[in-house]
Design a protein around this ligand. Structure first.
Ligand SMILES: Cc1cc2nc3c(=O)[nH]c(=O)nc-3n(C[C@H](O)[C@H](O)[C@H](O)COP(=O)(O)OP(=O)(O)OC[C@H]3O[C@@H](n4cnc5c(N)ncnc54)[C@H](O)[C@@H]3O)c2cc1C
Length: 466
């Protein structure tokens, strides 16, 4: 490939803080709040103009990971504070607690709640700023380079948290990582949600069965570019709290979301497919005769890219076995949610395409398919065991002296990440990592030498059930 030499230049150091957090999504902004509340000087850097990542501008939801079916809430602390703040703004139902496994919310309100929590914590915020590189001495990050309308600048810190979803900082530092399923490295497909208004939901629901059959047939025949049906899907299966809206997750594009060409292709093909899907529903599906496309998200949704290797790799077996760890600092509670990397459709389900014979299997769904199907989503076991621990070791990348990771890019395999990636679990991981960062700053220890019992005690005191 042709190359060009970038001239060396001096960068202005615009901030010098204790902790920099790159990425203001579900794994990032709670980390900023947790570290700032513990007295650290914190800077949260986000590439877009809003906080919340896929949970706000990305329009993803409902909020998974708070509880599973009949279990009580398995999270406390900041994740529950977020729900309470959303409630004050009408962003969740008053009785959200009853929804447990899938809490509907207005993504718009997540932006406001995140702003409020971050600013009230005393953390500084820098929006419209991309973190584009790290400046290092050995395995220590001295500063990150940011790019914005103000130009190319640097920010110094004692400790960094990579909450970019893609593990950008860890990657630039040279930490080891894996990507995708073991057989061929292919990742889960990119996708979006979108909002359709003007739906006569009562009518759609009345014709649900026949409409679903009609749409499924059209998908099989290649007449509609969707992988899932949502004909009579009442709003409680989507994000919206409004009765005449539908917010389906039915678009897909296979690709590597760390490749700018794949990202570009995904954006345009999914937008094209979205219009075709809405047109099909308007023409063929009872209840959708007057529907219209209201909104698509600010950017295509990324399910899976780099998993940064730490001292422990959370596995799909850990999820299925409700694993317990002595160094737990957060809890997860979701099934192995692996969308076929090839973007295949499998009846009405997003689960692994049973026809796919790839070896080794990219997930355990094939092995556990019947169990999963019997239970719709998840574990065929008693309710008390429906959550698993996430060990602190998953947040400490190897080959790094002052870096922690949070959110979907933590140390996990293809199966493990498919569960921890959901929004509420990312909130919980963010709080744990922010508290760990604060201990590092206060005591001067490196992330890998954190006193885990003290961290657990600290988190429990903040209302986190462990
Ligand atoms: C199609 C789809 C449907 C989903 N549906 C659901 C669902 O129904 N329920 C659920 O709970 N979860 C769902 N998820 C999963 C969930 O939305 C994500 O896994 C979760 O948001 C991950 O949080 P995160 O903070 O790790 O990453 P993100 O939400 O991606 O946030 C990362 C943040 O970092 C910023 N950033 C990235 N790189 C940089 C950089 N270099 N410099 C500065 N900022 C940067 C981004 O702009 C973003 O704000 C879905 C995901 C997808 C893709």
């Amino acid at each position: 490939m042709d190359t060009i030499r970038e001239p060396a230049r001096d960068l202005p150091v615009i901030e010098d803080v204790d902790v920099v957090i790159a990425g203001g999504g579900p794994g990032g902004f709670p980390a900023a709040v947790a570290a700032a509340r513990r007295g650290c000087k914190v800077l949260l850097v986000e590439r877009y103009g809003i906080l919340g990542g896929l949970a706000s501008g990305g329009m993803m939801g409902p909020l998974f990971g708070y509880a599973y079916r009949k279990t009580d809430m398995i999270l406390g602390g900041i994740p529950v504070e977020i729900l309470e703040e959303l409630k004050k703004l009408g962003g969740v139902r008053e009785d959200y607690i009853k929804q447990k496994g899938a809490i509907q919310f207005f993504p718009e309100m997540v932006k406001h709640v995140a702003d409020r929590l971050v600013l009230a914590s005393g953390a500084q915020l820098l929006l419209h700023a991309w973190v584009t590189d790290v400046i290092r001495t050995g395995d220590r990050i001295d500063a990150v380079v940011i790019e914005s309308k103000s130009g190319r600048q640097a920010v110094r810190a004692k400790l960094f948290i990579d909450a970019t979803g893609d593990g950008d900082l860890a990657y630039w530092l040279g930490c080891d990582y894996t990507k995708g399923r073991p057989a061929d490295g292919k990742t889960q497909p990119l996708g979006t949600k979108f909002r359709i208004g003007g739906v006569d939901m009562a009518k759609a629901h009345e014709h649900n069965q026949e409409s679903n059959a009609l749409v499924a047939k059209a998908i099989d025949e290649g007449r509609i570019p969707a992988y899932h049906t949502f004909a009579g899907e009442v709003s409680d299966q989507g994000i919206t709290l409004r009765p005449d809206e539908s917010t389906p997750t039915v678009t897909r594009c296979a690709g590597d979301a760390t490749n700018v060409y794949d990202l570009t292709r995904a954006e345009t093909s999914i937008r094209r497919d979205t219009l075709a899907i809405v047109d099909f529903y308007r023409e063929h599906v009872p209840g959708y005769e007057n529907c219209y496309l209201m909104e698509t998200p600010f950017a295509v949704g990324v399910r899976e890219t780099r998993q940064i290797l730490g001292e422990y790799v959370l596995t799909g077996e850990d999820v299925l076995n409700s694993a317990r760890f002595g160094d737990t600092v957060a809890r997860g509670c979701w099934f192995l949610d692996i969308h076929c990397p090839l973007g295949r459709y499998n009846g009405r389900s997003n689960l692994c395409d049973k026809r796919c014979q790839i070896e080794p299997p990219c997930n355990m769904k094939r092995q556990h398919a019947d169990q999963l199907y019997d239970n719709m989503f998840g574990f065929a076991r008693n309710d008390e065991n429906m959550w698993y621990d996430i060990p602190y070791r998953c947040f400490v990348p190897n080959k790094s002296a002052n870096l922690l990771v949070s959110g979907r890019c933590i140390s996990a395999n293809h199966g493990g990440m498919s569960s921890v990636r959901v929004i509420a679990t990312c909130f919980a991981m963010g709080e744990a990592v922010g508290a760990a960062a604060a201990q590092c700053i206060k005591t001067g220890v490196a992330p890998r030498n954190v006193n885990v019992p003290a961290l657990q005690q600290d988190l429990r005191a903040a209302g986190v059930p462990l």
